[in-house]
Design a protein around this ligand. Structure first.
Ligand SMILES: Cc1ncc(COP(=O)(O)O)c(C=O)c1O
Length: 227
């Protein structure tokens, strides 16, 4: 998931599927973008495979952006019932005329080429996740769950609220926290409110280890200085 990095287990998907089976008018769109960025042996499952009865009303989407670090190439793809795909095709054809041929060739090379680096990449992300989670949990007032996948952490800031930053800013909400952190320590995070969940913030660890260490050090300092 973006923003939490959480992933659904097969058992969780089975329970969701059971509810969905009872509501046949509901369609399902599953965004499996982080399928290959999973850690600690977490096993990927997707709802149409967990409950094939949902297949006729499930759209499964994915893309090259995360697995192959190809965000700028703008290639996504989906699988679903033929009628739905035909409708999507008609709409896409009128709206954008399709993905550029260069991007299509790049995506084919990524998907058909050697896949070893996908694992190497995921291992690098896992190390960064562990480092970021450990450093955030060492910051007074922050508690951070270790997520199963993607490249985000979503720490809880409850212990920082009601305090005042070194620069004199009152921290009443997660928005106050990220604003003060940006202005006083030049570290950019996204407030949980933007995703409908407070008091949290989202940190992306899709950057180099040195920058992450520096950023987490500044977050620790910011929290230590809260009074
Ligand atoms: C869950 C999820 N799906 C899709 C996307 C979008 O990917 P794209 O770069 O192909 O627009 C993102 C990017 O942040 C994402 O987090």
């Amino acid at each position: 998931s973006n923003p939490t990095g959480a992933a659904y287990t097969r058992a969780e998907l089975e329970v969701l599927a059971e509810v969905l089976r009872r509501h046949p008018h509901v369609w399902v769109m599953t965004d499996d973008m982080y399928e290959h960025l999973l850690y600690d042996g977490f096993e990927f499952s997707t709802i149409a495979e967990v409950e094939p009865a949902l297949k006729p009303r499930t759209l499964t989407v994915n893309g090259c952006s995360k697995t192959y670090a190809m965000t700028g190439w703008r290639v996504g793809f989906g699988g679903g019932p033929a009628d739905l795909i035909k409708g999507m095709f008609n709409m896409q054809g009128q709206a954008t005329a399709g993905v550029s041929t260069i991007s299509q060739a790049a995506a084919a090379a990524a998907l058909d080429g050697p896949q070893e680096f996908v694992k190497t990449n995921a291992e690098a992300y896992r190390q960064r996740r562990d480092m970021v989670v450990e450093m955030l949990n060492a910051a007074p007032g922050i508690t951070c769950h270790k997520p199963e996948g993607a490249f985000y952490v979503f720490p809880n800031l409850a212990g920082c609220l009601g305090k005042t930053s070194k620069g004199g800013r009152k921290i009443e909400t997660d928005t106050d926290f990220v604003q003060a952190l940006l202005e006083e320590k030049r570290v950019a995070c996204v407030q949980g409110t933007a995703y409908g969940m407070s008091p949290y913030m989202r940190i992306s660890y899709a950057t180099d280890t040195a920058s992450l260490t520096e950023a987490c050090g500044r977050i620790q300092e910011f929290c230590r200085e809260l009074a």
